[in-house]
Design a protein around this ligand. Structure first.
Ligand code: 13P
Ligand code: SF4
Length: 326
């Protein structure tokens, strides 16, 4: 039998896969056999999205994780998203196709530095974007996602000093939108930082009727040119409902797969990065592949394990977020 080998993060040995296997069928079989569910983010490769039971933005994925009756959650997204699923399901098996799928925002905000920052602002509350580690969540009073940030920060009493971490672009957007000042942690997303103002201006000139849809992780120069700013699901819904025919989409282009399905008659243009590179693709999200999803379900590895005290502490602001965004 011919086999090919695939190295898996967190494992010493390479695991063989029979190349004649129909991975879609095998994944469907394993899901049934193990009572597993696949939750996927929009930035996953199309073939990974196509085997998922649920695709959504960070808030919807957390809500789906909170509701699932499955015994196993295979989380096709990045590490902090899988951690959120585990925090909400401490007794379930949570597997991640590639444990190395991180996030520049989460890695740019180490818990020790966030704790020291908090200590320098006694009396302030910490509102953290969900793109952070479980340790940072445990230090946080509020957790927000791109789809509920306005609603949640808007509920924090106006006389309260708010520290917002780790995305300064989302934070800056909220400061403008809500007209309240916040102390911002200086983090950014390596993907949303790459969009080119110059190329976006050129695209708008070439497509005069096009609307610009942007994720709030983009720099302010891009957000100022946007006709709509919102989460990945917000962007998808806006394009589906809008009467406009052409959209320039300033977020990771994985979202275009579901946008094209939901709005097949619309022209979708991915906003380009400044350099001639594929740096508008999230290198972390793209670490997950269909092969790794199959192996994760077959072997129930790599499995996310977390310290119980951390699970409990990180759950407090996540439960608060779910209640505040209901
Ligand atoms: P959404 O919650 O809008 O899907 O965003 C997650 C993310 O990581 C964007 O880079
Ligand atoms: Fe993190 Fe940016 Fe990738 Fe989203 S796109 S997971 S914020 S690195």
């Amino acid at each position: 039998m011919m086999t090919r080998t695939l190295p898996i993060a967190g494992r010493a040995s390479a695991t063989p896969i029979d190349p004649s296997l129909d991975l879609d069928e095998e994944i469907a079989r394993l899901k049934k056999e193990k009572n597993a569910v696949i939750l996927a983010h929009y930035y996953q490769d199309s073939e990974v999205q196509d085997v998922a039971d649920f695709i959504g933005d960070s808030l919807q994925l957390a809500q789906a994780a909170a509701k699932t009756k499955a015994d196993v959650i295979c989380f096709a997204g990045v590490h902090f998203m899988a951690e959120t699923a585990k925090i909400l399901n401490p007794d379930k098996v949570v597997v991640v196709p590639d444990m190395e799928a991180g996030c520049s925002l989460a890695s740019g905000a180490p818990a020790a530095k966030i704790a020291a920052w908090k200590a320098r602002h006694p009396g302030a509350v910490l509102a953290s974007y969900i793109n952070c580690s479980a340790e940072v969540k445990a230090l946080s009073d509020y957790i927000v996602t791109s789809s509920n940030a306005e609603k949640i920060v808007g509920q924090i009493p106006a006389n309260q000093t708010v520290l917002f971490a780790p995305d300064k672009n989302l934070g800056g957007y909220l400061v403008k939108k809500l007209g309240r000042s916040m102390v911002l942690w200086p983090g950014t997303c390596i993907v949303h930082d790459t969009f080119s103002e110059r190329k976006l201006i050129g695209l708008k000139e070439r497509h005069p009727g096009a609307l610009v849809l942007a994720h709030p992780e983009c720099d302010d120069v891009i957000l100022r040119m946007a006709d709509y700013v919102g989460s990945t699901t917000g962007i998808l819904n806006f394009a589906t409902k809008s009467d406009a025919k052409t959209f320039i989409v300033a977020t990771e282009p994985g979202i275009l797969h579901q946008m094209a399905k939901a709005a097949p008659d619309k022209e979708l243009i991915a906003a380009p990065p400044e350099a001639s590179c594929a740096c508008n693709e999230c290198p972390h999200m793209k670490k997950n592949t269909l092969e790794k999803v199959y192996l994760a379900l077959r072997d129930l590895e790599p499995r996310l394990e977390m310290d119980e005290a951390l699970l409990r502490a990180a759950r407090v602001p996540i439960d608060r977020m779910l209640a505040m965004s209901a």
